[in-house]
Design a protein around this ligand. Structure first.
Ligand code: ADP
Length: 403
């Protein structure tokens, strides 16, 4: 079954065409992205499993035109991988917010699309482009089932006492203010891989999965289910991120807004775009730049110290709520690559049975154990693969439909 995975951002469409079957030899046939949609200089990038690599500029005013272009390239007689769009059997869409309604992936019909639209209020920057992508694919591939895979869904198992904030309860009832959590597809994928690596039944494992990319979230997973996660009502809460603050005393907002006479929009920019790694360091949002600067720059070193310190606090907290711990997984750009950050997070946690192996920890971008022999807790690096998870959900749901 050929499955197209579509991930629409405000000015990008990332795509992957995968051939899925019941065996384990699933493969990516083609992948790429269209960027700068609606901005001068739009371009498409495309790569196939037959070494074709293609990149071109063209005006792309909206997501529909972007997807038309993607299909045009994939069906091109010279560089294409399929002859006709009808060879795409199903489409899996990444949808950021599923609210309280969607706790699993689902076949998209009018009712589902309506609910996804209603969730836009909770993710005004993310759900609208996701919806544009769904509508474009429905028009371009009317026969292919469309499946929505939500970033929030995996966290649908978080108990009420962990998702309700200690503000007047009426705001939960009125506006749905609660912890939702994000990166769910990534946490679910790496937790599944961790169970395989450990050769254990996922329903018997207690894990902390650390997704550390430009956005950062940690999840406590008990017996295969998310029981708490660090991102909350929005992806702003929790750990230190590239440009986002993570946790802070909420009164700081009021104080700053008054002192600096800031509008809510300006405050939003500060918390989401000017804080985190770039805010503390004043150098860059990319931890590679910070690691390079740290030996001679106090604020760069301070940034790294804060990242590790906060990560330790979350690991300690999640260890406590899990009651015991079998494994910690590091994933996404930082988690998969930075041996320095992995090391500094684990340092000092030996009394908790967490001990990293210096040599094994040099690994990058591949699945590996990085714990020492005596470590009670297994430490793992696992490259995330949200596209594969979306394709797998799509494959399984479409299979169920056909039965
Ligand atoms: P996104 O969340 O945007 O998908 P990624 O998961 O690709 O991002 O992570 C991007 C981040 O990963 C970059 O901001 C960078 O800080 C970090 N990163 C990538 N490679 C390295 C590396 N070798 N060492 C340290 N950090 C890295």
């Amino acid at each position: 079954m050929n499955i197209l995975v579509v991930n629409c951002g405000s000015s990008t469409v990332k795509y992957e065409l995968l051939s899925m079957n019941d065996n384990t030899d699933n493969q990516v046939i083609a992948k790429g992205l269209v960027e700068r949609i609606g901005i001068p200089g739009s371009r498409l990038e495309y790569k196939t499993n037959h070494q074709v690599s293609y990149s071109k500029e063209r005006e792309v005013p909206n997501h529909r035109i972007a997807l038309e272009w993607i299909i045009e390239v994939m069906t091109d007689p010279e560089i294409g991988v399929i002859k006709d769009p009808s060879e795409i059997d199903a489409v899996g869409h990444r949808v950021v917010h599923g609210g309280e309604k969607f706790t699993a992936s689902i076949l998209i019909d009018d009712e589902v699309l309506k609910t996804i639209r209603a969730c836009s209020e909770l993710a005004p920057l993310h759900n609208p482009p996701n919806i544009s992508g769904i509508e474009a694919c429905q028009a371009l591939m009317p026969k292919a089932p469309q499946i929505a895979v939500f970033d929030t869904a995996f966290h649908g198992t978080i108990p009420e006492y962990a998702y309700i904030y200690a503000i007047p309860y009426e705001y939960y009832e009125k506006f749905g203010i609660r912890r939702y959590g994000f990166h769910g597809t990534s946490h679910r994928y790496v937790a599944g891989r961790a169970a395989k690596m450990m050769d254990k039944d996922p329903s018997k494992l207690r894990l902390i999965t650390c997704h550390m990319g430009s956005g950062v979230s940690f999840t406590a997973i008990k017996n295969g289910k998310s029981i708490d996660t660090s991102m909350g009502f929005t992806p702003l809460e929790g750990l230190v991120m590239g440009t986002r603050s993570g946790d802070l005393d909420p009164y700081i907002l009021l104080y700053l807004m008054e002192k600096e006479n800031l509008s809510t929009k300006e405050m939003d920019q500060i918390l989401n775009k000017k804080s985190g790694v770039v805010g503390i360091s004043g150098i860059s949002s990319d931890t590679r730049d910070i690691e390079a600067a740290a030996p001679t720059n106090h604020r760069a070193q301070l940034t790294l110290d804060i990242i590790a310190y906060r990560a330790k606090k979350y690991i300690g907290a999640y260890y406590a709520i899990l009651g015991d711990l079998d494994g910690i997984v590091f994933t996404a750009g930082i988690g998969e690559n930075s041996s320095y950050i992995r090391k500094t997070i684990c340092e000092g946690l030996e009394p908790l049975g967490i001990s990293i192996d210096k040599d094994k920890n040099t690994v990058r971008r591949r699945e590996a154990f990085i714990n020492s022999e005596q470590s009670k807790v297994k430490l793992m690096v696992i490259p995330t693969n949200e596209e594969f998870m979306i394709a797998l959900d799509t494959y399984q749901l479409v299979h169920d439909l056909e039965r």
